[in-house]
Design a protein around this ligand. Sequence first.
Ligand SMILES: NC(=O)c1ccc[n+]([C@@H]2O[C@H](COP(=O)([O-])OP(=O)(O)OC[C@H]3O[C@@H](n4cnc5c(N)ncnc54)[C@H](O)[C@@H]3O)[C@@H](O)[C@H]2O)c1
Ligand SMILES: O=P(O)(O)OC[C@H](O)CO
Length: 342
Amino acid sequence: MMKIAIIGSGSWGSALAKVLSENKHDTVLWGRKQTIIDEINQTHTNEKYLPNVSLPKEIKATTSLSEAVSNASMIILVVPTNAMRQMAQELNPLLEDQAQAPVIVHASKGLEMNTQLRISEVLTEVLNKDNYQDVVVLSGPSHAEEVARQDVTTLTAASDNLEAAQAVQQAFMNRYFRVYTNTDVIGVELGGALKNIIAVGAGIISGLGYGDNAKAALITRGLAEISRLGTARGADPLTFIGLSGVGDLIVTCTSPHSRNFQAGTLIAKGYSRAEVSEKMFMVVEGILTVKVAYELAKEYDIDMPITEMLYLALYTDKKISVEDAIESLMLREGKQEESLDK
Ligand SMILES: NC(=O)c1ccc[n+]([C@@H]2O[C@H](COP(=O)([O-])OP(=O)(O)OC[C@H]3O[C@@H](n4cnc5c(N)ncnc54)[C@H](O)[C@@H]3O)[C@@H](O)[C@H]2O)c1
Ligand SMILES: O=P(O)(O)OC[C@H](O)CO
C-alpha cells in the first residue's frame, strides 16, 4: 500500500479517491475550496460534486498542496485541462526534496487552449524531469457517479513506460474497477479529449428530437474524424477502437451523466456558449476542445466536418443554426467509407 495524492476534489477526483481508499492506499485528496475540504473530512461527503455518496472516512482532504504530495509515491492530477499548467508549476518546487520521485498520473480529458498541447505534454514541459518517474494517463469510459456506486468500469492506463502504466493498473484494479495498459499515450489522450466534442453534438441532436439513427451516425462518423486527426498526430489507429476511443465515445454520447451531453441539450435549447458554461457549474471540456481541435484540423489539413460545424455554431458570429449545420453535413458531396488500404 502506498501514499497517493489526488489533486482536484471535483467529481472525478473524489470518485478516484474513493476507489484508491477502498483499495487500502493512504489516500490524500487536495482541493482549493476550504468548505469542500472540511465537508470531506467531517461528514465524508462531497455533495456539490458527488451527491448522495459516502466517501471512506480514511480519505484525508487538505487545501495544502505540500501536505498532499509530501512522500506520495503517486500523484494524480484531476483538475480541468486549462488548470494543469498552473498546477504543475505549483507542484514543481514541492517535488524537489521528495525522498522518492513519484509517478505522475493525470485523469483529465482535454487539450490546452492556445498551445494545443495534450495534457501529458504540458506536464512534461513544466515539471522538472529529475523530480518524477514517468507520466501516465488514466482514461476510458467512466462516469464518476457510476464508479462511486461501484458499478463495473474499465479504463486504460497509458504511458511510454509500460512499467509505470502497470503500477497505476495495480493501484486501481479491484472487483469493479478494471484497468488495461497501453503504450499509445497520444492515442489515449486524443481519444479522451476529442470524444467530448462529439458528445456535445450528441446532446444537441438529442435535444432537437433526432432519433437513434442520427445518434449512431454521429458516433460513427465522429469516431472517423477523431481517428483521422489522431493518426495524423502520431496515434496508433487501433487505439481508437479501444476503451479510450470508441468505449468513451459510446458512454459520453449516450449517458445522461455526461456534462458534455448535457451542455449539448442546452445548446439545442438556444443557449449561447457563455450561457451554457454559466449554467453548468462542473467543467465541460468539449466546449473548449472544439476550438482547439478545429485549429489543429486546419493546421494538419484534416477533414473534421462535425467539429467544424460545432465550431461555426459556437465560436463564430455566422449565426449558423444547428438545424442548418446538420443539413449542410448531410448534403456534402458523397464520400467513401474508410478502409485499411486508403
Ligand atoms: N466527472 C467524470 O465522470 C469524469 C470522468 C473521467 C474524466 N473526467 C475528467 O476529469 C477532469 C475533471 O473533471 P471533474 O468531473 O472532476 O470536474 P468537476 O467540475 O467536477 O471538478 C473540477 C475540480 O477542479 C477544481 N478546479 C477548477 N479550476 C481549478 C483551478 N484553476 N485550479 C485548481 N483546481 C481547479 C474545481 O474546484 C473542482 O474541484 C476533466 O478533464 C474531465 O473531463 C471526468
Ligand atoms: O461528464 P463528461 O461529459 O465530462 O464525461 C465524463 C467522462 O469523460 C466519461 O468517460
